[in-house]
Ligand binder design. Structure first.
Ligand SMILES: Cc1cc2nc3c(=O)[nH]c(=O)nc-3n(C[C@H](O)[C@H](O)[C@H](O)COP(=O)(O)OP(=O)(O)OC[C@H]3O[C@@H](n4cnc5c(N)ncnc54)[C@H](O)[C@@H]3O)c2cc1C
Length: 457
């Protein structure tokens, strides 16, 4: 029977990173991916936040198929017929040149002088928009070049167990054995549940994301989103106008497409008896979104489950003969401003790889030896960020965030900017008028305290 040092299940960011680091350190690694190619089954927004990626794949933006360096992030409150936007632009990054030199400036914008170009490039952007069907194969390729074997088109059907210990996997009619199995199979993560190594996930903690990719000419995107060149892009996080269902929307600019979608909580969706694609259609029909995508053609539609995130939901990350990384371990950070799953997956895989390499030294892959994974992960910035934003979990349960405040913000701003037949009011007066029966002052103060706990201090 075939035996490897390591079997990695799944070639997403977590699996590919574990395979890359372990193969690089000389371990015999096989990575099994159910998609015909890595990324073909995967759905993300997607913004890849650079910091963690850059640590593992130095200056990845120079060789990876990234779309645009993100120089603007906006939070948009969508009211019924208006919107309020909080707009952030990194104006230093806004002058940076092509993240991927082979792609050039794109829209004919003048190139900065060479010294400025070198300086900017070494910094990279805070995040890049990526398309998983292009980006995941690049990550898998890094693992293959380091010596890992990629087996695409095979679904791992079950874990092989001996005396309570994971000793291999069954896929494509064959048993494959390993010293250690890295479980990086994403949100659904059936293998551990089947093997009785974890309980079912609670629907309350899972959302569904539906996404479209909309094609538009590169220069239209560059101009419409006020970018300096085709290398720059922007990201919008939208709150409100999700048909009364708890969740939000996103819109990210790629080179010649826009990624647009909604992520809604499954239990709230179930209660609403609505379909996710209807919510996406309504979101797209909002005048704010319409203006941004007009003239575009939908070229891709996809849907996938996604954990809500929450540091308190993190399960034990290891057991005898296995580790679990990325979404399979419910690792995700959603703090309203940013949704981070890919870099969190990469960070967890890097910690797992480190523990496996230490276990190799002693030839001991027991859960005691592999517990170093969790110890190390808890020291990472990613984990610390998850702790910092732990209270956003409760915030996301507050339905007024999605159903009351976006309209309230729009109405108050509408009052402040409009000259009407009646005398104007200061913000407090406009606020009290618009709160009407929807919200008491006491309730609003409690909500502000909750927002404060989640995001402010
Ligand atoms: C709509 C949406 C938008 C998102 N936006 C962002 C974003 O902008 N930025 C961000 O950082 N994160 C985002 N995320 C979250 C991000 O997609 C995940 O957190 C990230 O992909 C987790 O990586 P992973 O490697 O753990 O799992 P995955 O990326 O899900 O990879 C798992 C891999 O395992 C394979 N697989 C599954 N089961 C098996 C099996 N039995 N045998 C073999 N192979 C298997 C799958 O095909 C897949 O390739 C978003 C998610 C959704 C749904």
């Amino acid at each position: 029977m075939e035996k490897f040092n390591v079997i990695v299940v799944g070639a997403g960011p977590a699996g590919a990173t574990a395979a890359y680091l372990l193969a690089q350190a000389g371990m015999e690694v096989v990575m099994i991916e159910r998609g015909a190619t890595p990324g073909s089954k995967n759905v993300s927004g997607a913004l890849a936040f650079s910091h963690v990626y850059d640590e593992i794949y130095p200056r990845f933006w120079e060789s990876a198929p990234v779309e645009r360096g993100i120089v603007g992030h906006s939070i948009v409150f969508l009211g019924k017929e208006a919107s309020v936007t909080l707009d952030y632009r990194d104006l230093a990054e806004a002058t940076s040149p092509s993240p991927n030199p082979s792609q050039g400036a794109g829209n004919g914008a003048p190139s900065p002088n060479p010294s400025q170009r070198e300086g900017d490039r070494s910094k990279g952007a805070n995040a890049y928009s990526v398309l998983r069907a292009r980006f995941d194969p690049w990550m898998a390729q890094q693992a293959e070049e380091a010596g890992a074997m990629l087996l695409p088109g095979y679904t791992v059907e079950r874990l092989l167990m001996e005396e309570g210990r994971v000793v291999g996997i069954h896929a494509g009619g064959d048993d494959l054995m390993a010293d250690v199995v890295v479980i990086a199979e994403g949100t659904r993560s059936q293998l551990l549940r089947q093997a009785g190594l974890r309980d079912d996930f609670n629907a309350h903690d899972v959302s569904i994301g539906v996404k479209e990719v909309i094609a538009l000419p590169e220069d239209v995107i560059t101009n419409r989103f006020q970018c300096m060149s085709a290398d720059e892009g922007v990201a919008y996080t939208c709150v409100g106008h999700t048909g009364g269902v708890d969740g939000g929307g996103f819109l990210y600019t790629n080179r010649d497409t826009i990624s647009l979608g909604v992520v809604v909580k499954i239990d709230s969706l179930y209660r609403s008896k609505r379909q996710p694609h209807n919510i996406l259609d309504e979101f797209k029909a909002h005048p704010f979104v319409q203006r941004l995508i007009r003239g575009g053609e939908v070229v891709e539609y996809s849907a996938q489950a996604i954990h809500r995130g929450g540091v308190h939901l993190m399960p034990q990350l290891y057991g005898d003969g296995y580790v679990v990384a990325g979404s399979a371990a419910r690792l995700l950070l959603n703090n309203v401003m940013t949704l981070r799953g890919m870099d969190v997956a990469v960070a967890s895989a890097a910690s797992a790889a480190r523990a496996i390499l230490a276990a190799r030294e002693g030839g001991d892959y027991s859960k005691e030896a592999l517990s170093a994974y969790e110890t190390h992960f808890k020291q990472t910035d990613v984990y610390k960020d998850m702790v910092t934003f732990k209270d956003t979990y409760a915030l996301m349960d507050n339905q007024r965030l999605f159903n009351v405040y976006p309209d309230l913000a729009c109405n108050v701003m509408g009052d402040m900017f409009s000259v009407r037949e009646r005398p104007g009011r200061k913000v407090y007066g406009a606020l009290r008028d618009n709160m009407k029966e929807e919200l008491s002052l006491w309730q609003m103060m409690k909500d502000m305290a909750q927002i404060g706990r989640g995001l402010v201090r």
